[in-house]
Design a protein. Structure first.
Lengths: 115, 112
C-alpha cells in the first residue's frame, strides 16, 4: 500500500508556456499532499502543502501565482507551472499522507526542462 | 527558522562495514524523524522512522537512535552491501505543521 504516482515523468516545454503535473495516491486517500523541488545533488525543498478542498499553503519565497496548486480530491493534486522560464527547470516531487500526522509517501518525480 | 543539519555529506565504506549518518535539528518541538533513501533519478523511499517517545528503533540491518536532549538522531546501517549505495536524507517534523524539514543529504558509497 501507499503508492503515489506522478504524471508526466518528464516534460520539455518552451518558455512562456504552462505545464501541469499530476500527483495521485493510488491505493489510499490523501488528506494532505506536499510539493517539493529538487535541484541536482541537492536536498528536497518544500514548495507548498495542500489539503483537500482548501487553498494550498506556500513556503516563503514560492510564488503562488506562478506555481498553482489544486487538491480537488482525496487522491489527486496538481501543480501548474505558469509562464515557465528556464530557471524553473528542475525535478518536482510530490508526496502524500493519509492524515496530517502520517508518514509522507513520495511520487517518482517529474523532470521539467524549459527551453 | 527550523533547520536540520546532516553529516557527513559523502561517506564511503567497504562492503560489510557499518555506516553512520548523523542529523541535528533545531526545533525542540519536532517529534517525528523519518529517514529516506533516494537512488539517482528516483523517488525517496522511507527506510525507517522514529517518534520522539522512543529512543531507538531497529529493522534488520538498519537502526535509528534519537537523543531528544541533544536534539540529534542517527542512522546506522550494519553489514553494508553495494545496493545500499544511494543518497540518504533525514527529516524532522512536528505536530501542528507536519511539514518535513529535510537534511542536506548524505551520499553513501559502498565499495565492493
Amino acid at each position: 500500500g501507499a503508492v503515489v504516482s506522478q504524471h508526466p515523468s518528464w516534460v520539455i516545454c518552451k518558455s512562456g508556456t504552462s505545464v501541469k503535473i499530476e500527483c495521485r495516491s493510488l491505493d489510499f486517500q490523501a488528506t494532505t499532499m506536499f510539493w517539493y523541488r529538487q535541484f541536482p545533488k541537492q536536498s528536497l525543498m518544500l514548495m507548498a502543502t495542500s489539503n483537500e478542498g482548501s487553498k494550498a499553503t506556500y513556503e516563503q519565497g514560492v510564488e503562488k501565482d506562478k506555481f498553482l496548486i489544486n487538491h480537488a480530491s482525496l487522491t489527486l493534486s496538481t501543480l501548474t507551472v505558469t509562464s515557465a522560464h528556464p530557471e524553473d527547470s528542475s525535478f518536482y516531487i510530490c508526496s502524500a499522507s493519509r492524515t496530517s500526522t502520517d508518514t509522507q509517501y513520495f511520487g517518482p518525480g517529474t523532470r521539467l526542462t524549459v527551453l | 527558522g527550523e533547520n536540520v543539519e546532516q553529516h557527513p555529506s559523502t561517506l564511503s565504506v567497504q562492503e560489510g562495514d557499518s555506516a553512520v549518518i548523523k542529523c541535528t535539528y533545531s526545533d525542540s518541538a519536532s517529534n517525528y524523524f523519518p529517514w529516506y533513501k533516494q537512488e539517482l533519478g528516483k523517488r525517496p523511499q522511507l527506510i525507517i522512522d522514529i517518534r520522539s517517545n522512543v529512543g531507538e528503533k531497529k529493522d534488520q540491518r538498519i537502526a535509528v537512535t534519537l537523543n531528544k536532549t541533544a536534539k540529534h538522531f542517527s542512522l546506522h546501517i550494519t553489514e553494508t552491501q553495494p545496493e545500499d549505495s544511494a543518497v540518504y536524507f533525514c527529516a524532522a517534523s512536528k505536530e501542528g505543521t507536519y511539514k518535513y524539514i529535510f537534511g542536506t543529504g548524505t551520499r553513501l558509497k559502498v565499495l565492493a
